[in-house]
Design a binder for this molecule. Structure first.
Ligand SMILES: Cc1ncc(COP(=O)(O)O)c(C=O)c1O
Length: 483
């Protein structure tokens, strides 16, 4: 294959597209952008290929280097512009970029096979569907498959605090955004929302849930309620139940593995498909295993594996990809018009996904994630002793949430502090992540008090020192502002 040589445009013309922006272009953009939600700093380039740092510019053209502890919404597991991933993109690009959705390419075949091999528990050796958009569509594919395979059932159980995407249907499956979304989502008659096991804020008033663990005396009453929904309390028979085994956007909240085990058992008995949305928790984000399900299986010897699982975020290596993997026991497969889009077979992100998976396996970035995650969490636990406002710290791996409270005893959410930290962190050359707003039905903010540290899996020792130092400086500044 030859190197790429532009035919019509000069190399300089093409380079200018992505290499910088001037004030006039920014002013024009602000006039014309229909999506009004963007930050003041414009991202320009990786500090170095494959690092956790990005160069940004402000409106005056000042350049700043920021360590991104959000991995750009938990997606750039290998950092910015990783050379191996981009070389895979390049190799794919010079051969083929777009194909019809029913045309097979080597990258698509190899990725489907690889995901079937990596899938945990009863999903191993399963069937895989790919899309070139992300998690929302992967979840919709799961909903479709569950309906196709469940003899007429078309109702789904979802959870309070869950996030499954922002298509019109997935905004229904997701935690309602009353007052923020000025439109109605579709398909309400297809979903019943149930309480999620949030051990730090237990609805059954167990007070001892801390740092991702349930109160030792808890009897999982939360499960009893969910079980009743499955056994007939919901308005219709469930075709499936969709949940994040650790709620991410909702506030980094792990469901107790015992809850998942019981849920799996009752779903099996009642022939309800259990669908895990591991869009955020897969791709070694939670430590040395590909998914959190695999972690529970290997470390706790609990097979909580579902009938279907979805992935996005890091799985594309920084390029858009959504994946559904279904148990080989589900015999139904999608027909021609049941699951496709124009771009759903484009090989670019399939090639980058395979490269990213291989890089993580070969360079053992899962182990790095575990090690760096433990180091950050250890120091945060020390800070928890020092600061009244650090209520709860939840992991594992580089999937860390810090829940801020006004008072450790009452656990009153300290939303203003968390929000202030997100705003102030770039002043300390750090991006921190917010949690999703939890709103009342009239749109009043109940809480948004979990701040996230989820840097690329490639973070170095120095990077983690920097994150911790900047986090604490940001916390001190934010406390001065809000107290
Ligand atoms: C757990 C989870 N599921 C689904 C999605 C939706 O993915 P996408 O935005 O790619 O549609 C997200 C995105 O944040 C997510 O965090």
């Amino acid at each position: 294959m030859k190197e790429i040589e532009p035919k019509i445009l000069s190399k300089e013309e093409i380079e200018r597209i992505s290499s910088g922006i001037n004030e006039e272009e920014l002013i024009e953009f602000d006039k014309h952008a229909l999506n009004s939600f963007y930050e003041a700093l414009t991202a320009i380039e990786a500090k170095e290929p494959g690092s956790s740092w990005v160069k940004v510019i402000d409106k005056e053209g000042n350049v700043k280097e920021i360590l991104d502890a959000t991995s750009m919404n938990w997606t750039l597991s290998l950092g910015f512009a990783h050379p191996d991933v981009n070389y895979a993109a390049y190799q794919q690009m010079i051969r083929l970029n777009h194909v019809r959705y029913n045309v097979l390419t080597p990258a698509r075949a190899k990725l489907v096979n690889k995901i079937a091999e990596l899938a945990p528990g009863k999903l191993k050796g399963g069937r895989v569907s790919l899309n070139n958009q992300g998690g929302g569509l992967a979840n919709e594919a799961a909903i479709k498959l569950a309906m196709m395979a469940s003899r007429g059932a078309d109702h789904f159980g979802v959870f309070w605090g869950g996030y499954h995407g922002s298509t019109l249907v997935m905004t229904t499956a997701t935690q309602p955004m009353h007052g923020i979304n000025r439109f109605t989502s579709f398909g309400h008659e297809h979903f019943t929302r149930m309480p999620y096991p949030y051990c730090y804020r237990c609805l059954w008033n167990y007070k001892g849930g801390l740092n991702g663990k349930k109160d030792p005396s808890c009897n999982l009453e939360c499960f009893d309620l969910v079980e009743n929904y499955i056994l007939g309390m919901a308005p219709k028979r469930f075709a499936g139940i969709m949940l994040e085994p650790i709620q991410a956007a909702g506030g980094q909240i792990p469901a107790p593995p015992e809850f998942l085990l019981k849920l799996k058992e009752v779903c099996e008995e009642e022939k309800v498909f259990l669908i895990y949305d591991e869009c955020q928790t897969s791709m070694w984000r939670c430590g040395k295993y590909f998914t959190i399900t695999e972690r529970y299986q290997k470390e706790l010897n609990l097979d909580v594996s579902p009938d279907m699982m979805t992935f996005t975020k890091g799985i594309g290596g920084g390029y858009p990809l959504g994946v559904l993997v279904a148990s080989p026991k589900i015999k139904k497969r999608f027909g021609p018009s049941e699951e496709h889009t124009t771009f759903s077979s484009d090989p670019l992100s399939m090639a980058t996904s395979l490269a990213a998976i291989k890089v993580i396996e070969k360079a053992k970035y899962g182990e790095n994630c575990e090690k760096m995650g433990n180091k950050i969490t250890k120091r945060l636990l020390e800070m928890q002793e020092e600061y009244e406002e650090i209520g709860d710290i939840r992991g594992p791996g580089l999937f860390i949430g810090i829940e801020f409270v006004k008072n450790k005893e009452t656990r009153e959410p300290f939303t203003e502090l968390s929000e202030e930290m997100i705003l102030l962190a770039p002043e300390h050359n750090l991006y921190l992540g917010p949690s999703m707003p939890i709103l009342t039905a009239t749109g009043k903010l109940r809480r948004r008090n979990v701040t996230k540290i989820k840097p690329p899996l490639v973070v170095t020792e120095e990077d983690t020192d920097f994150i911790l130092e900047s986090f604490e400086l940001t916390l001190k500044d934010a406390l001065k502002k809000v107290k």
